[in-house]
Design a protein around this ligand. Structure first.
Ligand code: NAD
Length: 370
């Protein structure tokens, strides 16, 4: 018998959420023996198979996990479109603690779920994952990237992501200051992780003054040991510094009402996904404040470009060359934003959507890489 309750059934809630942003498919994965609880979201496959990493996180609820995977998978569609890749957008989340709950069996079982999508979704690393898990997933499916170099993979994508962020930062500097030379520029970086550290390397080499923070002192100490000229600051003051450029390379939603009040920079250009707490509100607010915001999904595409090259037969030089293209794309987006008087995130969204729509309307299908 059909439910007459006014409360919508769970499936309607999920389908309603999918309808809102046109997600194609969501796969819920459960496996009792391994304790696997995962959700795979395929947002859009117009341009190609949906490539996006798997995040393992101890989500407080299924709703939170679903929310994350829907948002992240859509971001991947835009990221790949802007980067000119023949890839769609997808993402997976595994509900669990990556420090205590990872087992070979869990990731092999997860690999079987990925395989069941027949190449419509290709996984890779994201938060809480490493190449070890990719190797276990690979035992069950070929639809995985981010494998170690000794297995024919491209290894850790972070250095390429750092390079792309650096190229995007240069485009922002050119637009905001009239020169892409970063020497002498004061740059604050939030997060001394894989991408943050790579960015420090590039900026110090160019002669920028770097202010770095992290919540883990040992990470800061390790970067400082390599680069003694940088200034270390406490996490709580990173948004108060008098700098030219602020680079969020830790978590999402750090550009919000509270931090925007404090920021004194002219440019925001970093790696963290979903930096704007609310795209519409804070995208407009940064613009109003006279800050040039380099959209995260535009300038952090180095990692996905690297994975795309892994699927074609890895060529690091070519991956870095294509990543350099982020600089020109960013310049075009900043110009469109200025010409149309719209926030940069919106100019980037429109550019990404335009490519997808034109391919779909022409009835073109991508050639399967498999
Ligand atoms: P990571 O986990 O290696 O580093 C993140 C760092 O941020 C950690 O050292 C952590 O201690 C620090 N951190 C967390 N909260 C903080 C806070 N409140 N203040 C200061 N530091 C804090 O991650 P990563 O691979 O360097 O990625 C950084 C960001 O870039 C993430 O948001 C990630 O999603 C995004 N990203 C990464 C890649 C990639 O190739 N690694 C690609 C695209 C996007």
């Amino acid at each position: 018998m059909l439910s007459t309750s006014s409360k919508p059934a769970q499936a309607e809630v999920v389908l309603g959420r999918m309808e809102k942003h046109d997600h194609e498919e969501v796969l819920f994965c459960y496996d009792r023996p391994t304790g696997l609880k995962a959700i795979i979201a395929v947002h859009n496959t117009t341009l190609g198979p949906a490539l996006g990493g798997t995040r393992m996180w101890p989500y407080a609820s299924e709703a939170e996990a679903l929310n994350d995977v829907l948002r992240l998978s859509r971001g991947m569609t835009y990221k790949s479109s802007l980067a000119g890749l023949d890839l769609g957008g997808g993402k997976a989340v595994i509900i669990g603690d990556s420090r205590t709950q990872k087992t070979e069996a869990m990731f092999r079982r997860f690999g079987q779920f990925v395989h069941s999508l027949n190449g419509r979704y290709i996984t890779a690393e994201d938060v809480g994952m490493s190449v070890t898990e990719m190797v276990n997933i690979k035992k069950e499916t070929k639809y995985v990237a981010g494998l170690p170099e000794e297995m024919g993979g491209s290894g850790d994508p972070s250095p390429v992501t750092s390079y792309g962020v650096y190229c995007g930062m240069k485009a922002a500097a050119k637009t905001a200051f009239g020169s892409d030379d970063l020497s002498g520029r004061k740059v604050s970086i939030q997060g001394a992780g894989n991408v943050g550290k790579g960015l420090v390397t590039l900026l110090v080499k160019e002669g920028a003054s770097v202010f770095l923070t992290d919540i883990h002192d040992e990470k800061l100490a390790a970067v400082r040991a390599e680069f003694p000229t940088i200034t270390l600051v406490k996490p709580e003051v990173i948004h108060d510094l008098d700098v030219d450029i602020h680079s969020p390379c830790a978590l999402g939603a750090t550009i919000n009402d509270e931090t925007l009040e404090r920021l004194k920079c002219s440019v925001i250009a970093g790696a963290a996904n979903n930096q704007l707490a609310d795209e519409t509100i804070h995208g407009k607010a940064v613009m109003k404040k006279g800050i040039l915001y380099a959209p995260d999904f535009l300038i952090n595409a180095g990692g996905i470009i690297n994975c795309a090259w892994e699927m074609k037969g890895y060529n690091r030089k070519a991956a870095l060359k294509q990543t350099e293209g982020i600089q020109d794309t960013a310049l075009r987006i900043f110009k469109a934003s200025a010409d149309l008087d719209i926030p940069t995130y919106l100019a980037a969204n429109q550019t990404a959507e335009h490519r997808i729509t034109s391919i779909r309307e022409a009835g073109l299908r991508y050639a399967s890489p498999w």
